[in-house]
Design a protein around this ligand. Structure first.
Ligand code: GRF
Length: 199
């Protein structure tokens, strides 16, 4: 059972996954950014890392094809996007449908895309959060595996709100990946069924 984690930057969700002591045979971290600080964290934890710089490729299709090739050498049961800041082509998404997961910092379907915390504050919502979902062709819209809610507190800034949400990200992403690795997740259309779940 192998897991591939794709990152671009800080890698705190990756770190949460690596520290979760998942029952897997092999973990590979792939970054499209050679300067991602997450790479250093992975190395320190003794995890195999690969770099595939998207700037070395003429277009998205070519990059995604090379990425798929790297991913396939790992024969992953699951590919977890953890702050991977590149939109993946339809072809890539289709190739790994049902085994491609993402963590998004909002309670989807609210606030897909970037800048979720600023938009949440702007809208004056009182409950915010994060979502682990399967990746489908529509950006930030796939079947939802698990969500966690946090309050928006008076005086919150984008930073304080992001930090509160991030704490929950670090809790629910390992949970979702553990369920998947234990074969406890069944996809039924847009519904995710979890057997024997204890959140
Ligand atoms: C997280 O908030 C994640 O939800 C979003 O990008 C951020 C990445 O942070 N997709 P990190 O690299 O995991 O620390």
């Amino acid at each position: 059972k192998s897991l591939v984690i794709l990152i671009t930057g800080r890698g705190s969700n990756m770190q949460a996954l690596l520290e979760a002591k998942l029952q897997v045979d092999r973990i590979t971290v792939i970054s499209n950014n050679p300067h991602a600080s997450g790479l250093e964290i992975a190395r320190q934890l003794g995890v195999e890392t690969l770099i595939l710089d998207h700037r070395d490729f003429p277009d998205r299709q070519t990059f995604d094809a090379a990425l798929a090739e790297k991913v396939d050498t790992c024969q992953p049961k699951l590919i977890a996007l953890a702050g991977f800041m590149r939109i993946l082509s339809d072809r890539f998404v289709q190739r790994y449908q049902g085994r491609l997961m993402n963590i998004h910092p909002s309670l989807l379907p609210a606030f897909p895309g970037l800048g979720t915390h600023a938009r949440a504050l702007q809208e004056g919502i009182r409950i915010h959060g994060c979502t682990v979902h399967f990746v489908t062709l529509q950006l930030d819209h796939g079947p939802i595996v698990i969500q966690a809610a946090v309050p928006v507190l008076p005086g919150d800034s984008e930073e304080t709100l992001a930090a509160r949400v991030l704490q929950q990200e670090h809790r629910i992403y390992p949970q979702a990946v553990r369920w998947f690795m234990e074969d406890r997740i069944r996809l039924n259309g847009n519904q995710v069924e979890v057997t024997g779940a204890s959140v």
